[in-house]
Design a protein around this ligand. Structure first.
Ligand code: HAS
Ligand code: CU
Length: 551
């Protein structure tokens, strides 16, 4: 690290801001987790929801809490801490901006959550038209997005201050990674903000009678794919820049990390059509172009796999390991800070393979709208990403609260990681298999129709309920550990590990910090991938849809 302003410990005032984000995130996990358990039980056909509660209602709570609230709050909180740790304590103005962002987001969550719990917004986390929610739900979502922009602005302020004080030097790696993720997020959320503000909100208020469904889906997926990379990149921050320090190794290459993050910024956004391959009304040639761009964004994932293997292998050799997989044995399996994210990392290999299948148009015809896709994102988001987030919180929470991860909690955390893995093998594995048999996603047992069809799905549905129950136990363990580390663990110093890269004699080229260049290329790619199909969609629009109120 080059700057003198860099502190080994995150400033307590910044720590408070991160912890505020984490309290909301872990509350969302508790609520969303309970709903997840109920869903698997309902789908097993052996359980009915009491009090007339609808399946779509609990599915919406689950998706919104896990996919939107847990992730956004955890990521923003983590990035605040990472920027503070590596680019220096936030200024008073930046921290105040961060608090404003936090409260705007939290008010938004309260609005959206209230409407969902009142069953007036059972529209799932994708809130596709023509399903229509109460306008307060859409306004709440707008608050969450705007709040996250304010949060992001605060991080960018601290990064900009570092750049000003250190002219000509590449910024600290973790800060650079956080800022790329924030910038990608801001560009991506423009799409969802557009559909919510110009279509869904006026429509739910009754100001306009109809809505163009394909436009709203297209704007959603312009946002929806970079959304999943917004979840992934903080996990990469841990894998690339933190895990090497925890194991006692080195980051394989600082330049490679920066290049892979730039590639994510460029190629995450012009690819949303891979979620709409089966949507009528989009010219197949544009779908084809976006599929090619999707395959481009697999490149930085493969670069990541390569660099991580290199870090592990070089560390292993330095410990005397030999043979192809000798390094595997010398890794610190007794350290939850390593083991829990590592399980996430290893899961990303089959998870990514599933993604490549989805992106391959003809194969997507087999799996689209089946529960295979649910299996895919429970491996990617709910295993690779979320286990890494848990792994981060096991050292970050005590670092921020001035406590220690005790031996007992470390052990419990490792058990938690393995329980999650086992639960997910059952649940996600069964989802993939049931999807190949044609079982639809997003539906409860009672809505499947033909009993004959359902019969061959039943064993997989039971396996999902078993997996869901194991995962729920995993969530209880996470909450126990989190509460312990936040309030009860013994006082002490827990390290915020930040890795060093090999070969730093020649630092990363400054071109990586040329934002005009990268944002310019990103804009060109977005305009290329979306302009003509968008004009087509609007010009050839069928009469608008009248929509189904969910309340
Ligand atoms: Fe996806 C649907 C394609 C990655 C999440 N995806 C979804 C949905 C979600 C989601 C939430 O093309 C459902 C949305 C909805 O509700 O409808 N996805 C991809 C592709 C990738 C991909 C090509 N997805 C993700 C990630 C997610 C995520 C990451 C969340 C975090 N996905 C699709 C498509 C659909 C889709 C279609 C639509 C399907 C449909 O029909 O609706 C790629 O980014 C994947 C690349 C990954 C790799 C793996 C690299 C491996 C690494 C680990 C190295 C491990 C080490 C450890 C070193 C190529 C980096 C070694 C250890 C040992 C033990 C050996
Ligand atoms: Cu995608």
């Amino acid at each position: 690290m080059t700057s003198t302003s860099v502190k080994i410990k995150v400033d307590p005032r910044d720590a408070l801001l991160t912890m505020a984000h984490f309290y909301v995130a872990f509350t969302a996990l508790a609520l969303g987790g309970l709903m997840g358990l109920l869903q698997t039980l309902v789908r097993s056909g052996k359980f009915e929801l009491p009090l007339g509660i609808g399946y779509y209602e609990i599915l919406t709570v689950h998706g919104v809490m896990m996919g939107l609230v847990l992730t956004t709050f955890f990521i923003m909180g983590f990035q605040f801490a990472a920027v503070s740790r590596t680019a220096g304590t936030h200024s008073i103005a930046a921290r105040r901006t961060g608090w404003i962002g936090f409260w705007v987001m939290t008010i938004g969550v309260a609005m959206a959550a209230t409407m969902i719990l009142l069953n007036k917004a059972s529209v799932l986390y994708t809130f596709y038209a023509p399903l229509q929610a109460h306008w307060i739900f859409y306004l709440g979502l707008t608050f969450v997005v705007v709040g996250s922009w304010i949060d992001g602005a605060a991080q960018i302020m601290t990064y900009a201050k570092w750049r000003k004080n250190n002219p000509g030097k590449p910024s600290p790696l973790l800060s650079f990674m956080a800022v790329i993720n924030t910038v990608m997020w801001i560009v991506a959320t423009l799409g969802v903000a557009a559909t919510v503000l110009f279509q869904l909100l006026p429509w739910s208020l009754g100001w306009v009678p109809t809505v163009n469904v394909l436009v709203s889906r297209t704007l959603f997926w312009y946002f929806g794919h970079p959304l999943v990379y917004f979840w992934l990149l903080p996990a990469y921050m841990c894998w690339y820049a933190i895990i090497p320090k925890i194991i006692g190794g080195k980051i394989f290459s600082d330049t490679l990390v920066r290049l892979s993050f730039i590639l994510y910024l460029l190629f995450s956004i012009p690819v949303g059509f891979h979620h709409q391959l089966m949507d009528p009304g989009i010219d197949p040639s544009w779908k084809f172009i976006q599929v090619i761009l999707t395959f481009m964004v697999i490149i930085p994932a493969l670069m990541t796999a390569f660099a991580l293997f290199a870090t592990f292998e070089r560390y292993g050799r330095s410990k005397g390991a030999t043979g192809l997989f000798g390094w595997f044995k010398v890794l610190p399996w007794g350290d939850a800070r390593f083991t829990v994210p590592f399980i996430g990392m290893a899961s990303f290999i089959p998870a990514g393979a599933g993604g490549i299948i989805n992106a391959s148009n003809q194969m997507d015809e087999v799996v689209h709208n089946t529960i295979w896709v649910t299996g895919h994102f429970h491996l990617t988001a709910a295993t690779s990403v979320v286990l890494t987030f848990f792994g981060i919180s096991y050292w970050l929470v005590p670092h921020l609260t001035g406590r220690k991860l005790t031996k007992a909690m470390n052990k419990l955390a490792i058990i938690q990681g393995w329980i999650w893995f086992i639960g997910m093998v059952f649940m996600s594995g069964a989802m993939h298999a049931e999807g190949l048999l044609g079982a639809p996603r997003r539906s409860a047992f009672s809505t499947y129709g033909g009993a004959k069809q359902a019969a061959e799905w039943i064993p997989f549905q039971i396996a999902q309920a078993v997996g869901g129950s194991i995962l729920f136990l995993g969530i209880i363990l996470v909450l126990v550990i989190f509460i312990n580390l936040a309030f009860f663990a013994p006082k002490g110093d827990e390290e915020f590990p930040v890795g060093e890269a090999e070969g730093m004699e020649s630092p990363a080229p400054m071109v990586f910090e040329n934002w005009k260049l990268w944002l310019g290329i990103a804009a060109v790619l977005i305009l290329f991938a979306y302009t003509i199909p968008f004009i087509d969609i609007i010009k050839n629009a069928p009469p608008g849809s009248i929509g189904y109120k969910t309340w």
